[in-house]
Design a protein around this ligand. Structure first.
Ligand SMILES: NC(=O)C1=CN([C@@H]2O[C@H](COP(=O)(O)OP(=O)(O)OC[C@H]3O[C@@H](n4cnc5c(N)ncnc54)[C@H](OP(=O)(O)O)[C@@H]3O)[C@@H](O)[C@H]2O)C=CC1
Ligand SMILES: N[C@@H](CC=O)C(=O)O
Length: 379
């Protein structure tokens, strides 16, 4: 019988998606054992601390400890409360990055290491690019590193076999893998059209059912569809990040400023002006009437509103469109995403990918599948 492959990993970000990933890892133990793979979690970090096993080459954070991490983080407590629990060490603030780099350097060129970014931070890009240099694999649900400078992007994708980021677009849907297969076969993709926000999809279809915007955005947040600040979704920025990731995958060397983005709220309700809590309680209700009116007008024409991403040649726009109720995007309900890919082989009838496009469960499942997809790189 072949020896079990061990994939050491560090999870960065232990919010809704990160915790669900840890739970999936634990619940898939016997499946993975049958497949001859073992995911060895050697460290978990949040915004302020890293908890790591005391000997990363030989030990792991056991499943009981991983459940404790999930419990502590779901109560919004700090990982530092876990110090003294089992054979682990906690590193805070300034020590954190140094320790991450030390582990990446020890494991990167020996057993290998997968650095899994389930944070929503733009600050992880430095650690990720350095880890790539140290021979590590990287797996991302976080879109921000791939949408920073072209220089960082080039570095992150410099070893294509060592990066997976399926969940950055379409959560668990096979969007990146499908595009990569088409591109690798030399089939040029000239147009991509899609509804790529689980939040905005859910919001639009709930508005059609007569619910107020302020209520449905709160529901989308509690269902785990929104970004930590739902304005990231409502501003179109989250869709624009997905559009940029897809555009760069298609070979366009563009930055965020090349994308036309339409926002659903005015600048005076922006993050620099209002806190998230203030926006949710006092800002959002002010938007209810206007969007209700837009939905009603669209409905009178037999149409619905959808937040659409269009990549066509060098053009890349994201914004609200009024579409026929019975069109492919118009028929979408709830958090479903749909993406139409047009290429030489899919010229008249596009390749269509559709399904749940947000939620902790499906997103974490996409991340887990990405990690497993790297198994051939590990001894
Ligand atoms: N939910 C979904 O449907 C989908 C989400 N995603 C992406 O998944 C990511 C995670 O989303 P979600 O779990 O909802 O977010 P949360 O806000 O619930 O969790 C984010 C976590 O990241 C941690 N964090 C913040 N900064 C850093 C940092 N510099 N280094 C390490 N960890 C950090 C936070 O720490 P602390 O606890 O200390 O605040 C928190 O634990 C996001 O990038 C999102 O865009 C992608 C596809 C779908
Ligand atoms: N907030 C995002 C989550 C997935 O990327 C969305 O609503 O689609």
């Amino acid at each position: 019988m072949a020896a079990t492959k061990i994939i050491p990993l560090i999870l960065m970000g232990c919010g809704g998606v990160g915790r669900q990933l840890l739970q999936h890892i634990v619940s898939c133990r016997s499946l993975h054992a049958k497949l001859g793979v073992h995911l060895r979690v050697v460290g978990v970090c949040d915004s302020k601390s890293l908890v790591a096993t005391s000997d990363v080459s030989a030990r792991e954070l056991n499943d009981h400890f991983l459940s404790e991490i999930c419990r502590v983080k779901s109560e919004s407590s700090s990982l530092s409360t876990l110090s003294g629990f089992g054979e682990c060490q906690v590193f805070l603030d300034l020590e954190l990055r140094g320790k991450l780099m030390e582990i990446a350097s020890v494991l990167g060129h020996s057993t290998g290491l997968a650095l899994v970014d389930c944070s929503a931070s733009s600050e992880t890009v430095g650690v990720l690019t350095s880890a790539v240099d140290l021979g590590c694999c990287i797996v991302l649900a976080n879109k921000k590193p791939l949408t920073s400078s072209m220089e960082d992007y080039d570095k992150l994708v410099s070893h294509p076999r060592r990066i997976r980021h399926e969940s950055t677009v379409g959560a668990g849907l096979p969007v990146i893998a499908s595009l990569n297969r088409i591109l690798l076969s030399g089939d040029p993709v000239h147009r991509v059209v899609g509804s790529l926000s689980g939040t905005l999809g859910y919001v639009m279809s709930e508005l059609e059912d007569g619910k107020p915007l302020s209520q449905v955005v709160k529901a989308a947040k509690s269902l785990g569809y929104t970004e930590p600040d739902p304005r990231d979704d409502l501003s179109g920025m989250d869709v624009a990040r997905k559009a940029l990731i897809l555009s760069r995958l298609l070979g366009r060397r563009i930055n965020m400023d090349s994308i036309k983005i339409q926002s659903l709220y005015p600048e005076e309700m922006g993050p620099g002006v209002m806190s998230v809590e203030d926006f949710m309680s006092n800002g959002l209700p002010l938007l209810d009437k206007d969007i209700e009116e837009r939905v009603r007008k669209a409905s009178q024409n037999g149409n619905v509103l959808r937040y659409v991403c269009v990549i066509d040649g060098s053009r890349c726009d994201v914004g609200i469109q009024e579409l026929p109720k019975n069109s492919a995007l118009g028929r979408l309900r709830g958090s479903d995403n749909a993406l139409e890919i047009y290429s030489r082989c899919y010229s008249e009838q596009p390749l269509v990918i559709q399904g749940a496009g947000a939620g902790n469960d499906t997103t974490a499942a996409g991340v887990l599948a990405d990690i497993l997809d790297l198994q051939d790189l590990f001894p």
